[in-house]
Design a protein around this ligand. Structure first.
Ligand SMILES: [Zn+2]
Length: 122
């Protein structure tokens, strides 16, 4: 997924939370980012900073916990990190495969983008 659209999704959700609770400011946003989303944490932080110029979000901190990817292979029973081609053109629909037998795999973990905690100031 594209860093910019992920960042704007986070910003929108967090703004919604803040106004729902009548907060004055957002101090910190913690997210869990699956490795297999291929979202670059540094680029995500940069985009978040660019998009959070709203007074309620300005100077808030984005903390990213990267969740390692895990896949399962039906052919050989492998479980663990997949291999994938690091091709920017494929980032929107990356193809993961088994590092042992190269078969296509099923993703178990690592595709999530979850806002785990938002710290507000009142
Ligand atoms: Zn395999």
């Amino acid at each position: 997924m594209h860093e910019f659209s992920v960042a704007s999704m986070i910003v929108e959700r967090v703004k919604g939370e803040a106004s729902k609770h009548g907060a004055r400011k957002v101090r910190r946003v913690e997210i869990k980012l699956g490795e297999l989303t291929l979202v670059n944490p540094e680029q995500l932080k940069f985009n978040y900073m660019v998009l959070s110029q709203d007074p309620i979000l300005r100077d808030s901190e984005l903390i990213i916990e990267v969740i390692p990817g895990e896949v399962s292979c039906r052919e050989c029973g492998f479980r663990g990190r997949p291999t994938y081609r690091d091709d920017p053109a494929l980032h929107l629909a990356p193809i993961f495969s088994c590092p042992v037998c190269e078969s296509p795999v099923e993703v178990i973990k690592g595709r999530e983008i979850v806002i785990s905690r938002v710290t507000l100031e009142f």
